[in-house]
Design a protein around this ligand. Structure first.
Ligand code: ZN
Length: 420
């Protein structure tokens, strides 16, 4: 491993040259409730050792508590107000079309891995779903020995696009299914093998939350996954790496006693009061894979299309609905949650922990839930995530955690600058 001993500045934060490889694992949907349970009952001995010998806390993630905003916060080390990725979708008010937010051109600022790569480090970014891959590796030149891979498209990885080809053969795994725990395990196994063979300075491994959408902490499927996850985490640490664990968001049960989604159909509510075409509700959790949550989350945005309706009227009409925790105008929401105003709706709506919010009932396909209770995320109640390091904090960062509220997007900072 080369040691240029340079400081790398990314989006205003100085990072020292890593003393040993740094691996950041984003346990997608890794609500603190899972680790609370599995640390207590001995399912995750390696992570338990990190908690004993390193550092562990529950910290704030970015709002809304969705996958894209939080992954981009982690990889840039900045809040959503800086990097601009405010959801999986936002509404372009010039065309009134929803825009998918996965394009690298929508990401503002630099990623930590790309800036380190430009400074001479070898870097690796592996994701479960391909939708995150390009944005995470914004500006990264994979022809220089770096890797940018997704488990989803592992079977079609090429040296030119991903920095690796024949990935399945190389790893000795078959192509994992989109809805499987193997999709996450592939990411971890590929990270372990790349660490063994190439010892890159930085690795970012981002999993999928299929397991957490499907199973509560007390269900056996969740335990099976965390046992396998813990084994992989232990093998990463055994390769003399600094290993940091965090999550993009938590996960809450949002079903009623009958096991059906406890949903507020906000577009229907607003249409009934103000008339069709006056408002547009966008559910920023939506992506191409909605079978496990039916595009229902804990946070939606309302854009005003007509001239007759004001944000105040919308807020006054919905704030008292049972299950709505907050209905905020754009300025208040952006100030409170550190979000970018140009990609915020006129009203931001946050659901209570036990409730989810959708658009029109007719537009949500819930057949994919197939008798499963709805577990999903997006609100403040799912914005608490773990931050765990396998090595103890140094004095400077011990002082830091004593004096400030930690954010999950400081995970690279803590892993690179904050450990002994
Ligand atoms: Zn997620």
């Amino acid at each position: 491993m080369s040691h240029p001993r340079t400081i790398v500045n990314v989006n205003g934060i100085d990072y020292r040259w890593p003393l040993r490889p740094v691996v950041v694992v984003c346990i997608d949907g890794g609500d603190p409730a899972y680790l609370r349970r599995f640390l207590a009952d001995g399912t995750t001995p390696n992570i338990a050792r990190f908690v004993r010998e390193g550092y562990a806390a529950v910290v704030d993630g970015s709002m809304p508590s969705f996958t894209c905003p939080n992954n981009m916060s982690i990889i840039t080390g900045t809040p959503t107000s800086k990097h601009g990725i405010s959801g999986n979708f936002y509404l372009d008010t010039r065309t009134w079309e929803p825009v998918v937010m996965t394009g690298p051109e929508l990401l503002r600022g630099d990623t930590i891995i790309t800036k380190f790569a430009e400074a001479g480090a070898k870097v690796v970014s592996i994701t479960a779903k391909d939708k995150l891959r390009k944005q995470l590796a914004k500006g990264l030149d994979v022809s220089q020995g770096h890797v940018s891979l997704s488990a989803e498209f592992a079977d079609r990885a090429t040296l030119a696009d991903n920095g690796i080809d024949n990935a399945l053969q190389w790893l000795g795994m078959s192509q994992p299914g989109m809805y499987s725990m193997e999709l996450s395990l592939f990411v971890l196994e590929a990270g372990i093998k790349l660490l063994q063979e190439h010892r890159p300075e930085l690795l970012y491994l981002s999993l999928t939350d299929w397991v957490q959408h499907k199973w509560a902490p007390e269900e056996e499927g969740a335990r099976t996954f965390y046992r396998k996850l813990d084994d992989c985490i232990g093998r990463l640490a055994a390769l003399d790496a600094t290993v940091a664990l965090t999550a993009d968001h938590g996960m809450s049960d949002k079903s009623n006693e009958a096991g059906e989604p406890k949903a507020i159909w906000l577009q229907d509510v607003l249409d009934a009061r103000f008339g069709k075409g006056q408002t547009t509700v966008i559910c920023p959790i939506t992506d191409a894979f909605v079978a496990h949550h039916g595009a229902l989350g804990g946070f939606v945005r309302v854009w005003l299309r007509g001239t007759e309706v004001t944000a105040r009227q919308v807020i006054d009409h919905i704030a008292g609905i049972d299950g709505i925790e907050m209905a905020l105008d754009k300025d208040t929401a952006c100030r409170l949650f550190d979000m970018p105003p140009d990609r915020e709706g006129d009203v931001a709506v946050v659901a209570r922990q036990d409730t989810c919010i959708g658009g029109s009932a007719a537009n949500h396909d819930l057949s994919g839930l197939k008798g499963h209770r709805l577990r999903t995320h997006g609100g403040v109640s799912e914005a608490k995530v773990p931050l765990i390091l396998n090595r103890p904090l140094n004095d400077a960062y011990r002082a830091k955690v004593a004096s400030q509220t930690l954010k999950s997007w400081q995970v690279f900072d803590f892993a690179i600058n904050g450990t002994l």
